[in-house]
Write a new protein. Structure first.
Length: 712
């Protein structure tokens, strides 16, 4: 229902008359239709005043950083009231306007099912008229359920589900965008719960982006809620991803114990502070009795292994030394019960990270005191000058509409020397733009459609525009002025296919292993990170682009489909190209699955006429084997039963105990044998004939990251 309150960017596509002769592949305009793209909307102050009954007290839901939150009812085009949450900023500090802008700029670019969704904003012309409009998450906050007036106690399965949901949200903030994003105020009152007890992290008034190589933020670290704040933010005046990990650790302990964290002053003169909850759990751990700290209200109705794991990971996250805290991926892997030791490719703060088995002894038994906070330090922090921002100018990153003339000029009339390659439904050209708001060099995809494929063009715009991840190619805009064109960021180092089989230089093994993890992260976001599960359906090397640092970006979304998580719509699955909506439990798309590239298509798509996330996993498995061996997959038709010869060859070598003999001979043995074997074995797991035996993407990525492998 909330989607109805979004503004609509309407893109009208006109069609030639029906009597125009059709070529096998023709550049014709499709039937008239509109594409609706959700964009953060600018509301009027009057509109939001009406929606909240003039911000009446009985509409007040609570208070967040810099303001109060009210329930609003917005009337959509069908005259139906859509409930929203309206955050009204209070000008407590001169920097409030800057924080208002920050929250819009960052939230407008974030898309994840475990983040509260920004719908719109309002600048009513005064410091007391700064408003943000969010989706209304109906089941109140985690704080309400742990400590408030909720009539029912959170069960342990609900708490464990919430823990993982928050972990996924932080993982997306820290690793999902091109720049790491620090939340800086992770606490139960900022975690909202829906009716299924799915957690959504909100209140982004303190978020900041950290550029690659920057590592930390300085000069603004003394923010957040005292009981959840990393003590190192005070003594070093800097915030890093490890600061968010400290807050996450305190939150884990609070969820497990049901107790609020308390900061206890030890000395009136020096204000030496300790977190009493952290100390209590650490002391119990030192005595070998950590489960005694479990929330007594649960009456022992809990999974002891999970409870212990949550508390131990919490203790790791609140370690005094930032270098000994896990990164969020490490923490989520440990919480997911996937093993004690994980090898990280990029530990937090770019410092050596010790595995869990080495860190565990440092969790106790002796409680560690927190750094001393002197009155002088507090005065210095509080006196810091804060710059006033009298005017708000917001430029949200929204996919732009280009004119055909503009893109024709940018590509030299789509000349052959500007041609970069071909993707699904079109040819891609290098373009040079004069718009200062856009990158100077872009990739322009000239879409070539049969009449029934028009909706795939719609699919690609709608799907890609709503996605935001560092390992996905970014959509910058489109054109419908007589021709169908898509404009993407230009990833400068060619495709993975070019490097594996073309004229580019040979990829080293570290570069290949990095690419494997990047592609896995992209698929993980598609399957788990967006509010609806998205199937790519065409994962192959030519759709994996590489930047100059050999970071992989998955692109070409012409075949992407969504599996809806809500049960509001039962789709007719007839036309090729429609964004499919599937009820919970159905879990697959039927009738349009014979799409993709031969050699990478899941054989079950052919025999069952259905596609699932396991179909993407099959394609990912073939890709892993191709990266490891340097061989293209090829399909052999044996009595109308197609077999993938590359898969068969690697499986046969594995059966002989000689899987490493399949490694790309061009590497001349210059590779990590353990990693090479791991990539091929995970590849074989992903191409298992029976879908139920294939790992999901989270499991596959964890296995690739050095967890214990199951037997094939």
């Amino acid at each position: 229902m909330l989607s109805a309150v979004h503004p609509l960017i309407c893109l009208t596509i006109v069609l030639f008359s029906d009597d125009v002769p059709l070529r096998p592949l023709v550049e014709v305009m499709p039937p008239p239709m509109e594409i609706e793209l959700p964009v953060a909307r600018k509301f009027s102050y009057h509109e939001l005043t009406l929606a909240t009954d003039s911000f009446s007290e009985d509409r007040k839901l609570g208070a967040g950083s810099f303001g109060a939150v009210y329930r609003g009812d917005l009337r959509d085009r069908r005259r139906v009231d859509a409930p929203v949450a309206v955050k009204k900023f209070t000008l407590l500090l001169k920097q409030t306007r800057r924080d208002f802008v920050t929250e819009i700029m960052i939230l407008g670019q974030l898309k994840h099912r475990n983040l509260v969704k920004l719908i719109g904003w309002c600048d009513g012309g005064g410091d007391d008229k700064l408003l943000l409009v969010y989706e209304l998450v109906t089941n109140r906050s985690l704080d309400d359920h742990l400590h408030g007036s909720s009539e029912r106690l959170l069960t342990w399965p609900e708490r464990y589900k919430i823990v993982l949901g928050i972990g996924f949200a932080i993982e997306y903030l820290h690793t999902g965008d091109k720049d790491a994003i620090l939340h800086r105020d992770i606490k139960p009152s900022n975690v909202m719960l829906d009716d299924a007890f799915e957690a959504k992290l909100g209140d982004f008034g303190l978020v900041r982006q950290v550029k690659p190589g920057q590592g930390s933020l300085r000069g603004t670290a003394m923010v957040g809620s005292w009981e959840y704040m990393d003590p190192k933010c005070i003594t070093t005046d800097s915030a890093t991803t490890a600061s968010d990990m400290y807050s996450f650790g305190v939150l884990l302990l609070e969820i497990a114990t049901g107790k609020r964290p308390r900061v206890v002053p030890q000395d009136d003169e020096e204000l030496s502070l300790r977190n009493a909850l952290v100390d209590s759990v650490r002391e119990s751990y030192g005595k070998g009795a950590v489960l005694e700290m479990a929330d007594a209200r649960l009456n022992g109705d809990l999974d002891e292994r999970q409870m212990e794991r949550v508390m131990l990971v919490g203790l790791l996250c609140v370690h005094q030394d930032r270098r000994n805290r896990p990164g969020i991926r490490e923490a989520v892997n440990l919480l997911s019960n996937l093993g004690h030791q994980v090898c990280l490719s990029q530990p937090p703060d770019d410092v050596p990270f010790r595995p869990l088995v080495e860190v565990m002894p440092h969790l106790g038994p002796k409680p560690q005191s927190h750094p001393i906070i002197t009155r002088r330090l507090l005065r210095r922090i509080m006196r810091r000058p804060r710059r006033a921002h009298s005017m708000i100018h917001i430029e949200l990153e929204v996919a732009r509409t280009f004119s055909y003339k503009e893109l024709s000029a940018a590509t030299s009339n789509f000349s052959e020397d500007r041609r970069l390659g071909a993707g699904s439904f079109g040819v891609v050209y290098r373009g040079e733009l004069q718009d200062p708001r856009m990158p100077p060099v872009v990739a322009v995809k000239k879409v070539m459609l049969l009449p029934h494929q028009t909706k795939d063009f719609v699919t690609e715009i709608i799907t890609v525009r709503q996605l935001s991840h560092r390992n996905l190619v970014k959509l910058l805009g489109w054109c419908s002025g007589g021709k169908l064109l898509l404009v993407y960021e230009l990833v400068t180092n060619g495709s993975l296919d070019d490097h594996l089989h073309g004229s580019e230089g040979l990829l080293t093994w570290p570069e290949r292993y990095k690419i494997v993890l990047c592609v896995g992260a992209a698929i993980d976001y598609l399957h788990n990170g967006y509010r609806n599960c998205i199937l790519h359906r065409d994962i192959k090397p030519s759709n994996v682009m590489l930047d100059d640092d050999f970071n992989a970006k998955l692109g070409d979304f012409g075949l992407a489909r969504q599996l809806m998580l809500d049960d509001a719509f039962d789709a007719k699955l007839g036309d090729f190209g429609l964004v499919r909506q599937v009820k919970p439990g159905q879990g697959s798309l039927r009738g349009t699955t014979m799409a993709g590239s031969w050699g990478y298509v899941d054989p079950k798509c052919i025999t069952t006429d259905s596609a699932t996330t396991a179909s993407d996993m099959y394609s990912f498995g073939v890709l892993l084997l191709e990266i490891a061996t340097g061989e293209r997959p090829w399909v052999v038709d044996e009595e109308l039963s197609p077999r993938n010869a590359l898969v068969d060859a690697v499986r046969e070598s594995y059966g002989k105990g000689a899987v490493l003999e399949m490694a790309d001979a061009r590497l001349n043995g210059d590779f990590d044998e353990r990693q090479m074997e791991r990539v091929m074995l995970v590849g074989l797991l992903c191409v298992e004939l029976e879908r139920q035996h294939r790992p999901n993407i989270k499991r596959a990525v964890n296995l690739l990251s050095d967890l214990s492998l199951p037997l094939l």
